[in-house]
Design a protein around this ligand. Structure first.
Ligand code: ADE
Length: 238
């Protein structure tokens, strides 16, 4: 079975693709899926595009069409918790959709008919991803915990403060992870995610984000993915 490596944007995945010498392109649902090997492991790499629906489509196609045993997301996120600063790395223990609100029918954030607002990442795969991040980026400060996702680029200090106040456990915000976590939950596929903090989701976020994805994001993704795959086949512990 293959390991899927997913990023939202080209800038986050370019250096990973450069590590796959023999990749073959397969086009499904308007996306290019790059099938090949990395450190001898079978891999499929794909750009999800941005947002929860695009991410859910990508995860579903990966599982239905590409025989994936696990999905690993790598990319950038905005820092929310006070100690989560630009350049730090966050490995997700769980995901929540911060823009999901079916109240008063269901509690705010709860995914209707699932009885939960949070989807946990796979414990064993997350452990391995955190170890790989530590190894690949020894100078980076590593956090573990809740990442929140929504269909909004959070780019004002006011919105960032509101998220911090409503969801004090949230370490970082991005636009895809919770959707992939839900699809992986539905199919029983192990999922893990690592995000480098590109901005503080504040009034400067758009400037910091663009600079960061140009200069750092791809290098970080490639280093972590390389360390993960060098360590062996990701997936549930035997
Ligand atoms: N990804 C990186 N920075 C982000 C932000 N500020 N909001 C949403 N997604 C992001």
């Amino acid at each position: 079975m293959r390991t899927a490596i997913v990023s939202a944007m080209h800038e986050e995945l370019a250096a990973v693709l450069a590590l796959m010498p023999d990749e073959q392109r397969q086009r499904v649902a308007g996306r290019d899926f790059w099938i090949g090997h990395l450190h001898g492991q079978q891999v499929v790499a794909v750009l999800s595009r941005i947002g929860k629906v695009a991410a859910a489509t990508t995860a579903t196609a990966l599982i239905e069409r590409f025989d994936v045993g696990s999905i690993v997301f790598t990319g950038v996120a905005g820092g929310l918790a006070p100690g989560v600063q630009v350049g730090h790395v966050v490995v997700a223990d769980s995901f929540l959709q911060h823009d999901l609100d079916a109240s008063p029918i269901f509690p705010r954030y709860e995914v209707p008919l699932y009885g939960t607002s949070r989807f946990a990442t796979d414990a064993a795969l997350t452990e391995r991803l955190a170890a790989a991040a530590q190894l690949a980026l020894p100078d980076a400060i590593l956090h573990r915990g809740l990442i929140v996702s929504g269909d909004r680029f959070v780019a004002t200090t006011a919105e960032s403060r509101a998220l911090q106040s409503d969801l004090p456990q949230a370490l970082a915000v991005e636009m895809e992870g919770a959707a992939i976590a839900q699809v992986c939950h539905d199919y029983g596929v192990p999922f893990a995610a690592v995000r480098t903090i590109s901005d503080r989701a504040d009034d400067e976020a758009h400037v910091d984000f663009l600079r960061f994805i140009r200069e750092v994001a791809s290098r970080h993704s490639a280093a972590v993915v390389e360390a993960l795959l060098r360590a062996g086949q990701p997936g549930p512990a035997a």
